[in-house]
Design a protein around this ligand. Structure first.
Ligand SMILES: Cc1ncc(COP(=O)(O)O)c(C=O)c1O
Length: 406
C-alpha cells in the first residue's frame, strides 16, 4: 500500500474502488433493481423469444400526431416552453378534462410533465416524508412504493388477489387508514393487473379520504384503455374540490406515444404552484415538439383510440381463454390496460417459473415480485403484442406448464 493510501485510511477516508466510485446516497439505495428490466435484459441475450412482457402499446403512433411533431420541429419549435407547459396544450387539456368530467378544469389546474412518470415522481416527492404513511394496493406499478421510501415515507400495502379479479375492497382501504396515513395511491386501470375499479370503489375511497383529511394520488394513464362498456371512474369525478387530490396521466398509452414523453398532473391551483417549483428543479419543461404532438392528439378525435381498444379487446378475450386453459394458472376478467396477472398455486416461486419458462421455452413474462410483496406466486402477462405471437406463446406454455409439478 502506498503511503498516500495509508494516510487516507488512517484519516478515516474510505478509498473508492472501481465498483464504488461514489458514496451513493440513501435515496438511491432505496431504489430496487427493476424486476422487469432483469427479465428483458436476459431475454435480449437469447434467440426466438416471444415477449409477453411489453409495457407499452405495440401500435404505431397515429400519423396526424407524428406529422404535428415533425411540423413543430420544422417551424423551429425547439426552445423551452413555459414551465407549466405549452399554453396551447394547457388550453386543450383544460377543455378536454372539463368536457370529460363535467367540472371546470382551468389551465391553472394543470402542469405538463415528462410523462406520467414525472407526474407521479413530483406528486410523491412533494408529499412523502418521514412519519407519513402511503396506502398502496399490492401488486402495483413499481414506481410508487420506492419513491415513497426514497423520501423517508412509509408504505402500507393493501393486497389484492386474482380470485377476486384484483379488485380493491374500499372498506379494506378505509379500515387501513390510521393516524399516520397521509395519502392513498390508486391506479385504475391497473398495471400489472388490468383491473378497473368501479365508480362505487373510487367514490367510497375518495369521499372517506376527504372526510379524514387524507390525500388521494391517482395514476390514470390507462383511462382510455377500457375494454368493456364502462364509464371511466376518475378520481376527478368524485371529489368536491381539488385540494386533496392529484391526478397523473399522459399520452403514452392512449395515443401510443410513450417515447414522446408527455404527461401531466391535475390538482388545485395551489398544489400546481408547488409542483411547478419542483418541476423547475427536475426537468424544467417537457419536450416542446412533443407538446405540439399532444395538441394534435387532443384535436384529432378518438377514432385512432377506438381502433386500438377494439384490437386490445379481441386479444384480451383470447388471452383470458388461453389462461383458463393453462394448467396451474388462475385467471380472471381484466377490463382495462393490456395486462393480466394470473396466479400460480400459493407459495409457488413465480420468479423461478418465469426464469425457467424463458430459458426452456423462450417465453418472457414478468414475475409478480416486480410489483409487490403479496404476489410472488403471480405472473404479469402483457397482450401488447400480436394475436399470432400470443397464440404461439401459449402453444409453448400450455404443454410446458402441464409438465410442472407445482
Ligand atoms: C401505471 C403506469 N403509470 C405510469 C407509467 C409511465 O407512463 P409515462 O410513459 O407517461 O411516463 C406507466 C408505464 O408503463 C404505467 O404503466
Amino acid at each position: 500500500m502506498s503511503s498516500e493510501m495509508s494516510e487516507k485510511l488512517i484519516s478515516g477516508l474510505k478509498i473508492p474502488t472501481a465498483d464504488d466510485a461514489f458514496e451513493w446516497s440513501p435515496p438511491l439505495r432505496a431504489l430496487p433493481v427493476p424486476g422487469i428490466r432483469r427479465m428483458v435484459n436476459l431475454a435480449a441475450t437469447m434467440e426466438n423469444v416471444i415477449h409477453l412482457s411489453i409495457g407499452q402499446p405495440d401500435f404505431p403512433c397515429p400519423k396526424h400526431i407524428v406529422d404535428a411533431y415533425i411540423h413543430a420541429l420544422q417551424k423551429g419549435e425547439t426552445g423551452y416552453t413555459m414551465d407549466a407547459g405549452l399554453p396551447e396544450l394547457l388550453k386543450e387539456l383544460a377543455s378536454y378534462y372539463s368536457k370529460r368530467t363535467g367540472r371546470e378544469i382551468t389551465e391553472d389546474n394543470i402542469l405538463v410533465t415528462t410523462g406520467a412518470t414525472e407526474a407521479m415522481y413530483l406528486s410523491i416527492s412533494v408529499t412523502a416524508a418521514p412519519s407519513r404513511q402511503f396506502l398502496i394496493p399490492d401488486p402495483c406499478f413499481p414506481l410508487y412504493a420506492p419513491l415513497v421510501r426514497m423520501h423517508g415515507g412509509e408504505v402500507k400495502a393493501i393486497p389484492t388477489r386474482a380470485e377476486s379479479g384484483h379488485q380493491l375492497d374500499p372498506q379494506e382501504v378505509i379500515d387501513a387508514i390510521g393516524p399516520r396515513t397521509f395519502a392513498i395511491i390508486l391506479n385504475s386501470p391497473s398495471n400489472p393487473t388490468g383491473t378497473v375499479y368501479p365508480q362505487e370503489t373510487i367514490e367510497a375511497i375518495v369521499q372517506e379520504a376527504a372526510y379524514q383529511g387524507v390525500k388521494v394520488i391517482s395514476d390514470e394513464v390507462y383511462d382510455h384503455l377500457l375494454l368493456d362498456d364502462l364509464d371511466y371512474a376518475s378520481v376527478l369525478g368524485h371529489t368536491s374540490d381539488l385540494d386533496h387530490v392529484m391526478i397523473a396521466s399522459s399520452f403514452s398509452k392512449t395515443f401510443s406515444m410513450a417515447g414522446l414523453r408527455i404527461g401531466w398532473v391535475i390538482s388545485s391551483q395551489g398544489t400546481i404552484k408547488m409542483l411547478r417549483r419542483y418541476h423547475m428543479f427536475t426537468t424544467t419543461v417537457a419536450n416542446t415538439p412533443s407538446q405540439w404532438a399532444g395538441v394534435a392528439a387532443l384535436r384529432g378525435g378518438s377514432q385512432c383510440i377506438d381502433e386500438m381498444v377494439k384490437e386490445y379487446r379481441h386479444r384480451r378475450d383470447r388471452i383470458v381463454q388461453l389462461v383458463s386453459e393453462s394448467p396451474h394458472l388462475t385467471g380472471y376478467w381484466p377490463q382495462g390496460s393490456f395486462f393480466i396477472f394470473p396466479s400460480l398455486p400459493l407459495h409457488t416461486n413465480a420468479s423461478h417459473v418465469a426464469l425457467r419458462m424463458l430459458e426452456e421455452i423462450g417465453v418472457c413474462v414478468v414475475p409478480g415480485e416486480a410489483f409487490g410483496e403479496s404476489c410472488t406466486n403471480s405472473l404479469r402477462i402483457s397482450y401488447s403484442t400480436s394475436i399470432e405471437k400470443i397464440e404461439e406463446a401459449f402453444s409453448r406454455m400450455i404443454p410446458w406448464l402441464a409438465k410442472q409439478d407445482l
